[in-house]
Ligand binder design. Structure first.
Ligand code: UGA
Length: 467
């Protein structure tokens, strides 16, 4: 199929590369000329597993990058809108990019086409896209507008796309749903997975993804409601972790107990310093406002947001209670990305915490396997230095903080790390280590929702780094 994808951000770029991987001819359009030039040179602007390989495999063959929306629309049968929908100050989605693109698509129409929303948008946006296209000259019978939300997680976006749990097609006609179904056929029938050069399936991939065909409005709601539910799950478990801390229970045991109920499930029950990223914080606010406009006061979402905001503050209090005053203390920070596996620092609780530490005049030295460059830009005005590896930043630090759940951090040489630190204090916002092990290794270890661990059989002063 001939496809245009408008927008080369996380969603647009991953969708473009994956649709090309499924055998389609794809034109990915962006109006940012420097980004476009980089993509045309084969540079990949984001840290995403398997994406460089797919782009290298298809660029110039089935995958093209262009600045001309008009030409891309005219050459395509299906056009995906994957442009940004940033938050306004009042939490509402700014849909001006979606509107601008719809206008241009309307003007460029030259035959029957399907326009598909891929960006996360408020319910009823498909109606607006239709209206704008009509206003701009698209003949009424020449197009359908559909919603095909994505459920990609940064860091595993390519495998989430190619091995999804479900594919949601929100279309208001059977013909339109049929075309989109055909596009996803290699995933639905698993023929893609059997290809010998296929991107390998993750261990937990569902055997056959569920195809869910709905109205466009229901599909739009599915996307917002899914993200809101997942964020609610995180805030819920963070609240339970806080109660665990107050009464001396262990959140891991509690999660095991509640997550074993298949109606609840174990996934997305990891407590920590709160959710971040470009999706949950923005989508929760937007959904809250969409519900309000529809006449429903969705106060549950306010509480989810409040718990999340407070989680960072609670962690900061934990740092203070482990170290007493922070002024002048050297604090090693592992992790700046909003979660492991990505270089994205948008709405990262780790960055927020680093800023708070700097405000309290701590001397922060940070390391992240992928996000350092981006963090360096946003923290340029703050007194933060960056190290080349975890041991480097730990050197002579008063304490070490774990702020992102990178797999690499879970596999550190903890003996070596302890020998680098001035004091063996670790405050872990992601529960990467076992408190028992940390205690055996001589650490004072503080985590989220679990009892604090103190050094076993050794005394802290003896562990103080010589000199
Ligand atoms: C999220 C959704 O998971 C995707 O399904 C969705 O497509 C995407 O938003 C989007 O709307 O585009 P993403 O933001 O990449 O994906 O990251 P998640 O893996 O969902 O993590 C979000 C945040 O929640 C991170 O800060 C993570 O550290 C935190 N989290 C996640 C927890 O604190 N605990 C958990 O158990 C899981």
């Amino acid at each position: 199929m001939q496809i245009a994808v408008v927008g080369s951000g996380y969603v647009g770029l991953v969708a473009s590369a994956c649709f090309a991987e499924l055998g389609n001819e794809v034109i990915c359009v962006d109006n940012d000329s420097s980004k476009l030039a980089a993509l045309q040179r084969g540079e990949v602007p984001i840290h995403e597993r398997f994406l460089p390989e797919l782009i290298a495999r298809h660029r110039g063959q089935r995958l093209f990058f262009s600045g001309s929306l008009e030409r891309a629309v005219r050459a395509s049968q299906v056009i995906f809108i994957a442009v940004g929908t940033p938050s306004r100050n009042n939490g509402e989605c700014d849909l001006s990019f979606v509107e601008g693109v719809s206008r241009e698509i309307g003007r460029a129409m030259n035959g029957r086409k399907i326009v598909v929303e891929k960006s996360t948008v408020p319910v009823c946006t498909s109606d607006w896209i239709r209206k704008i296209m009509l206003l701009n000259g698209a003949p009424r019978s020449s197009f359908d507008v559909a919603s095909n939300p994505e459920f990609l997680r940064e860091g595993s976006a390519v495998t989430d796309f190619l091995y999804p749990d479900r594919i949601v097609i929100g279309a208001d006609s059977d013909t339109c749903a049929g075309v989109l179904r055909k596009l996803y056929e290699p995933l639905i029938c698993r023929t893609y997975a059997r290809q010998k050069d296929a991107v390998p399936a993750p261990d937990d991939a569902t055997t056959i993804p569920q195809l869910i065909v709905t109205s466009a409005k229901s599909a739009e709601l599915i996307k917002h409601a899914s993200n809101a539910f997942l964020a609610m799950k995180i805030s819920f478990i963070n609240a339970i972790a806080n109660i665990c801390e107050a009464v001396g229970a262990n959140i891991e045991e509690v999660c095991e107990g509640i997550g074993s109920d298949r109606r609840i499930g174990k996934r997305f029950l990891a407590p920590g310093i709160g959710y971040g990223g470009s999706c949950f914080p923005k989508d929760l606010k937007a959904f809250r406002s969409v519900a309000g406009e529809a006449g429903y006061d969705f106060r549950l979402l306010d509480e989810v947001i409040r718990i999340n905001d407070e989680q960072c503050q609670r962690f900061l209090r934990k740092v203070r209670s482990a170290l007493w005053t922070l002024k002048g203390k050297r604090i090693a920070v592992l992790g700046l990305a909003f979660k492991g596996g990505t270089d994205d620092i948008r709405e990262s609780p780790a960055v927020e915490l680093v800023r708070a530490l700097v405000r309290e005049l701590a001397e922060v030295v940070a390391y992240d396997p992928a996000a350092t460059e981006r963090a360096r830009e946003v923290l340029a005005d703050d007194a933060v230095t960056f190290g080349d590896n975890p041991y480097d930043v730990a050197s002579d630090a008063d304490a070490l903080l774990i702020l992102t759940d990178w797999e690499e951090f879970a596999a550190l040489d903890l003996e070596r790390l302890r020998n680098e630190l001035k004091y063996p204090i670790v405050i872990d916002g992601r529960n990467l280590y076992s408190p028992e092990l940390m205690s055996e290794l001589g650490y004072m270890y503080f985590s989220v929702g679990r009892p604090d661990a103190m050094p076993k059989e050794r005394d802290v002063t003896r562990l103080k780094k010589a000199g």
